[in-house]
Design a binder for this molecule. Structure first.
Ligand code: PLP
Length: 331
């Protein structure tokens, strides 16, 4: 049997789909250009929809160039730098933001200065070094790194690309909000939250489209596994609280057990997310959802970047063959 005939038998054509060549391309702009209208996938989470008796979507920001929503921010940062005549940027970060800004600086031939706390894990440092930023290791934690950054840029022509000081980052996130608002008209949008740049920016985007939504900030200040949201540094306050007040939204504080369960549930549906970005899904159980609700959970970062962490999240469930069954006590 010839290859084409054989493949027709194995893969019968799906009647409700157009041939690939006739579909509209989903990607509207190249990643290196502005604005970041990337139209990332919005997929229905069948399991969570059934469990919560409403429609639950995941907005897959982990498909961006460096596997994180922060690439939308970085695209806007570069556009703002060009407008204002900067050729160097600085950002304090323990991981995803540093990787993203240095990747976008690399694309544009700009210099990036990354400030990290001295306790950054080796797995993350390897990724941070990938795009060759100038690395400033600071004794202490994230907030010490932010202080060191502020001292460094004083008197230098270096763009402050840090959360809490950079309007462009909010603008980058607003594109995510506009996309979910146009595509799903959600009643709730849930965002994994640390400094709140993602949360506030997404909320601004949803509001710009004119959709009325409850904005929910999923936080985990004391987590040991969701490093990207550990601490809840809220550098965007008071904008975070204002967004919650204006939209009738809420904060949801999560445990590591809830984050693990959400990470595993997503992985079992083909979405390999880092535990921090599964916070939006973990928060669902804390809301009083009704049948008519449409909820969009932003899935902000890829678990593929942190293989040791991801493997440790998934290993306890490898023995379970049924997709429906998760152990009740998984600590
Ligand atoms: C994967 C991921 N999700 C969510 C967040 C939280 O974003 P924000 O600090 O804007 O609240 C971060 C921040 O580093 C992140 O890396």
């Amino acid at each position: 049997m010839r290859g084409a005939e054989l493949s027709k038998q194995i893969y019968p054509p799906a009647p409700d789909r157009l041939p690939i060549a006739r579909r509209e391309p989903r990607l509207r702009t190249a990643y290196s250009s502005y604005p970041p209208e990337w139209d990332t996938p919005l997929v229905k989470l069948e399991r969570e929809s059934e469990q919560h008796g409403c429609t639950v979507y995941a907005k897959l920001e982990l498909v961006n160039p460096t596997g994180v929503h922060k690439d939308r921010e970085s695209s806007a940062v570069i556009a703002d730098m060009k407008k204002k005549g900067f050729r160097a940027l600085a950002c304090a970060s323990s991981g995803n933001a540093a990787i993203s800004v240095s990747a976008f600086a690399y694309m544009n031939g700009f210099e990036s200065h990354v400030f990290v706390g001295s306790e950054i894990p080796q797995e993350k440092l390897t990724l941070v070094k990938m795009f060759h930023p100038v690395l400033h290791t600071v004794e202490g934690d994230y907030l010490d790194a932010v202080e060191a950054l502020k001292k460094f840029i004083a008197g230098r022509k270096v763009y402050n690309a840090n959360a809490g000081f950079c309007e462009a980052k909010l603008v980058g996130n607003s594109y995510i909000g506009m996309e979910v608002a146009r595509e799903a008209k959600p009643s709730y949008v849930i965002c994994p939250t640390n400094n709140g740049t993602h949360f506030v920016g997404v909320g601004l985007g949803v509001k710009k489209v004119g959709v009325s939504v409850c904005m929910v900030a999923a936080i985990a200040p004391d987590t040991e596994i969701a490093h990207s949201i550990k601490g809840y540094y809220h550098l965007e306050e008071p904008k975070i609280s204002a967004m919650i007040d204006q939209t009738g939204g809420s904060f949801v504080k999560l445990t590591d057990d809830e984050l693990k369960r959400a990470t595993v549930s997503l992985a079992q549906q083909g979405i390999v997310a880092e535990p921090a970005s599964a916070a939006s899904v973990a928060a669902l159980s804390h809301l009083r959802l009704q049948e008519q609700d449409v909820v969009c959970c932003t899935i902000t970062g890829s678990g593929l970047k942190y293989p040791a962490l991801t493997a440790s999240m998934l290993k306890k469930w490898t023995a379970f063959s049924s997709r429906e069954v998760l152990p009740k006590n998984n600590s």
